[in-house]
Design a protein around this ligand. Structure first.
Ligand code: HEC
Length: 163
């Protein structure tokens, strides 16, 4: 009983504080989450996928790259949580996430799942030290990025506005 009362109070205060300052919430929270997803995306190539692309050409340590692939898959899963409703251009004018990110959410989530699957497959090839399998897996990884947007930084795509 005590626990219930305490958690009810905690919930009430959360509701109070989050609804307390709508203007602040509208300006800061969506901008913050949009920055977080852009930072995550920017970090993908230099943090994980660059080494994977090199490994596909036979450069580097496959075991280390297998770890990178696991981390990259986790990053992509997190990416999917960074699109709360109301964090598109209506609140964050410089976001490049298209409205389709919200209106075609199942497709968007499917594109994330696809990249996760291909990344994990690449990681398994790397873990096994199988150079041929890594070489074969890499284009599927790159293609999975392309489901949402093109490769060049300014390019657009199904879920990203051209810069
Ligand atoms: C599920 C869709 C999806 C997939 C898959 C995806 N991206 Fe993105 N990416 C986005 C969206 C949406 C944005 C724009 C985010 C924003 O501006 O809020 C973006 C933005 C970017 C940016 C630009 C960041 C900036 O400076 O604005 C880079 C770089 C990037 N992605 C790299 C990648 C790479 C590399 C891959 C594959 C390993 C990848 N993305 C896969 C959806 C995706």
């Amino acid at each position: 009983m005590m626990i219930r009362i305490v958690s009810a109070c905690a919930l009430a205060s959360v509701l109070f504080f989050t609804s307390g300052s709508p203007s602040l919430r509208a300006q800061t929270a969506p901008a913050q989450v949009a920055k977080e997803r852009v930072d995550l995306m920017k970090g993908l190539w230099r943090g994980y996928y660059r080494d994977m692309s090199e490994a596909a050409k036979g450069v580097g340590d496959p075991k280390a790259v297998a770890v990178k692939a696991t981390e990259a898959a986790a990053q992509m899963k997190k990416f999917g949580t960074l699109f709360p409703p109301g964090s598109g251009r209506e609140a964050v004018p410089d976001t490049r996430a298209k409205p389709e990110t919200w209106t075609q959410r199942a497709d968007f989530n499917g594109a994330i799942d696809k990249l996760v699957t291909e990344t994990v497959a690449f990681g398994e090839a790397a873990k096994a030290g199988n150079a041929d399998a890594m070489k074969a897996a890499w284009p599927k990884v790159a293609e999975a990025c392309g489901a949402c947007h093109g490769g060049p930084p300014k390019s657009g795509g199904k879920f990203r506005f051209e810069e």
